[in-house]
Ligand binder design. Structure first.
Ligand SMILES: Nc1ncnc2c1ncn2[C@@H]1O[C@H](COP(=O)(O)OP(=O)(O)O)[C@@H](O)[C@H]1O
Ligand SMILES: [Mg+2]
Length: 249
């Protein structure tokens, strides 16, 4: 299996506190990998460390088999690896039109043909060209998250890091956005690393997952094992009970 990315003994320490401790995970190209665990278990820290938004204290991050050179990331890295956050309002500048928001990543990466790309990106996420000159506050939560996804996709990444991408949305809108993500993953052969506190979302979207607690991975499971309650740790069983609507452990 060729790895899209891997972390090897990764630790993130904040003032002697291990937010992430010796985490080793390898995610295959085209795989959708889930991260679950109680609040504060280090899920966001893991994604943020990969994206370059949290300081790596120890360990190695490799992209397509090539280890990063310390904390240095190439411009190509910032194109290949895109992150989508829970709160699209926080990640979309309120004074910029959707057009500007989509133009910015193209400009940063020196990608031309912006008119065509912006139109295509809006179309891909199910928003027509009519959204182009609106502002984020004129959009619903689901539409804003579609813009955030378009903004990630427009630079043609290979890896998406998704941190609770639908947790702020109503259930029906959540399902639509998850379907969109699944669709673009298939169409573009993307690799996903996705955090959710909703185990149903993870079993639906992911093939494998890591269960995290206190910055460490306590077990690795396939989605089928999680769905079938074929888990080893009591901690994971408790997560299953706590996740609303999920099967009883
Ligand atoms: N910038 C930071 N400074 C200090 N502590 C942090 C920082 N970011 C995260 N933490 C701590 O690291 C732990 C893991 O946080 P996080 O990765 O956000 O958890 P999760 O996403 O699983 O809820 C928490 O205890 C959190 O308070
Ligand atoms: Mg988090």
């Amino acid at each position: 299996m060729s790895a899209a990315f891997s972390v090897d003994n990764l630790s993130v320490v904040y003032d002697h506190f291990y937010a992430l401790k010796d985490v080793t995970i390898e995610i295959a190209a085209g795989e959708s990998f889930g991260l679950v665990g109680e609040s504060g278990s280090g899920k966001s820290t893991l994604l943020r460390a990969v994206a370059g938004l949290a300081p790596v204290t120890n360990g190695t991050i490799s992209i397509h088999g090539a280890p990063l050179n310390g904390s240095k990331r190439s411009k190509d890295f910032y194109r290949q690896v895109q992150m989508v956050f829970q709160d699209p309002y926080g990640s979309l500048h309120p004074r910029q039109t959707i057009d500007r928001l989509l133009l910015e990543p193209l400009a940063i990466h020196g990608i031309g043909d912006s008119d065509t790309r912006i139109a295509r990106a809006l179309d891909e996420v199910g928003l027509g060209n009519g959204f182009r000159f609106r502002y984020p506050h004129q959009l619903s939560g689901g539409q804003r998250q579609r813009v955030a996804i378009a903004r990630a996709l427009i630079v043609e990444p290979s890896i998406l890091l998704l941190d609770e991408p639908t947790s702020a949305l109503d259930a029906s809108v959540q399902a639509e956005v998850l379907n969109l993500l699944e669709q673009v993953r298939r169409d573009r052969k993307l690799t996903f690393a996705m955090v959710s506190h909703d185990l149903g979302v993870i079993t639906h979207m992911c093939e494998r997952l890591a269960v995290m607690r206190n910055g460490e991975v306590v077990e690795m499971l396939t989605a089928a094992e999680l769905a079938g309650a074929d888990v080893h740790e009591d901690y994971t069983k408790n997560l299953m009970v706590a996740s609303e609507g999920f099967v009883r452990a």
